[in-house]
Design a protein around this ligand. Structure first.
Ligand code: ADP
Length: 274
């Protein structure tokens, strides 16, 4: 087994917090696998992502016990190289946009410039990634003049262009309409086909069911279950506990027990009726 990330007995509290945001976490992330992370609001999903990326304790202070290892080395022992290994897509694409570039093209190129990549290579990689993320038509636009869906695609492009082995994507569709969601998932599907290691936080269980290999369930700072997606997603009691599913999804899961394929678990009322 090739573990690209390992968490060993990790407990973390934000400064002044009364209870830890993550408690006694042990998990191995295998290279090339796609992990779906679910759990109700405040259960620790974003904190988990920030730990893997080394934002904790680098950016967020507080108290960290235990170790997070990326390719066998503690995140605290890395310098800037961790940003080349792990791409991180924030929940809110506004956070991702640098604010110092005036066009989408320059925005996507920005990270490569910082890494000192030669100009011709920057141009080639940016064009390729803009095609993949379907933002070519936006090349000359200001990144802040975009719709939520377009901005999220630009945010993804600016991370993908760096070609990290690991991608951590925190609820990329929380602010998107169904069309925006679909276009973002087309990109995620392409990344999966490239056998990247992907850690995706997503509320929409049908998307997790379709794309993930493994599912991690968080509740009140603890990882209460982890395993093969079929196993986890067919355990309704686990989903009810961990994911605070809407009633329609629970109905969908019950229908699934009667033979509906798992990828068709409805997550909206409309889908449930269909
Ligand atoms: P989720 O992503 O599952 O919604 P979070 O990881 O954002 O959960 O939050 C886990 C817990 O940590 C919550 O109790 C939340 O209030 C707290 N928390 C999150 N971010 C911060 C922060 N920057 N400072 C203090 N507490 C935080």
């Amino acid at each position: 087994m090739d573990n690209i990330i390992e968490c060993k007995n990790v407990t973390y509290s934000y400064p002044l917090a009364e209870t830890p945001a993550i408690q006694e976490l042990n998990v191995n992330i295998e290279r090339g696998k796609f992990y779906g992370v679910i759990g109700e609001n405040g259960s620790g999903k974003t904190t988990f992502c920030a730990l893997l990326r080394g934002f904790i304790p680098d950016f967020y202070k507080g108290e960290l016990n235990g170790e997070v290892l990326v390719e066998g080395k503690k995140t605290t022992d890395y310098g800037g190289e961790l940003s080349a290994k792990i791409g991180y897509v924030f929940q809110n694409p506004f956070t991702q946009i640098s604010g110092v570039k005036e066009t989408v093209f320059e925005e996507v190129a920005y990270g490569l410039e910082n890494f000192g990549v030669p100009v011709e290579e920057i141009e080639r990689r940016v064009v390729e990634v803009m095609q993949m993320t379907d933002i070519e038509a936006l090349a000359e636009k200001n990144p802040f003049d975009l719709s939520g869906g377009q901005m999220q695609r630009v945010a993804l492009a600016s991370v993908i262009v760096l070609e990290p082995d690991i991608l951590i994507i925190d609820e990329p569709t929380s602010q998107l309409d169904p069309e925006g969601t679909e276009s973002v998932f087309a990109i995620i599907k392409a990344l999966k086909e490239k056998r990247k290691t992907i850690i995706l936080v997503e509320h929409k269980i049908d998307l997790i069911a379709e794309y993930a290999d493994e599912v991690l369930v968080f509740k009140e700072g603890r990882m209460i279950a982890a395993g093969d997606k079929q196993e986890i997603l067919s355990d309704l009691s686990l989903l009810e506990q961990g994911a605070a599913l809407p009633q329609v999804a629970i109905l969908g899961s019950r229908l699934k027990e009667k033979g509906l394929p798992i990828s068709r678990i409805p997550v909206t009322e409309k889908q449930a009726i269909e």
